[in-house]
Design a protein around this ligand. Structure first.
Ligand code: DQA
Length: 148
């Protein structure tokens, strides 16, 4: 089955308690459960991971390339400044795999430091502003694109 890694960056492990007016009341465990359901509907083997550590996230992207896994990536704050993450994400798309950047909120409608994504330019596409639905839409887009 086609493998998709759903990778989440810093502070997303605090979903549910972190600024719920922006990020909602559901937790990372809720996202894991929801993503497993969407995966089985779409015939994708989905694994959800979260880390606060930049080097761990870079390592997971390297692992995606080696395992030929597609990626849904919420880089969180790394979105806005991590060239290391951008370069690792670029290896995913340049090896012919899909990488969809996702955000729960719509960074373009928030503080100006969130308006720029260093990842967007190498991503297959971006989905932002729909809460957990951003992930569902990203997985659906991957499934459709793979069907051709
Ligand atoms: C976020 C948006 C980022 O600006 C922020 O740093 C996050 C979460 C989102 O999902 O809306 O941590 O990626």
């Amino acid at each position: 089955m086609t493998q998709v890694l759903v990778l989440n960056g810093p502070n997303l492990g605090r979903l549910g308690v972190r600024e719920p007016e922006i990020y909602g009341h559901a937790s990372m465990a809720d996202l894991e459960r929801a993503a497993a359901g969407w995966g089985s509907e779409l015939s994708l083997d989905v694994a959800v991971r979260q880390t606060d550590d930049e080097s761990e996230l870079v390592g997971w992207l390297h692992g995606a390339v080696d395992a030929r896994a597609h990626v849904v990536l919420n880089p969180a704050a790394f979105t806005h400044y991590s060239y290391a993450l951008r370069d690792a994400a670029a290896q995913v798309t340049s090896s012919g795999l899909l990488l969809v950047e996702v955000h729960l909120s719509n960074p373009a409608a928030r503080e100006s430091f969130r308006h720029y994504s260093v990842v967007a330019g190498i991503a297959t596409g971006t989905v932002a502003g729909f809460g957990f639905d951003s992930y569902r839409l990203a997985l659906g887009a991957i499934a459709r694109k793979l069907r051709g």
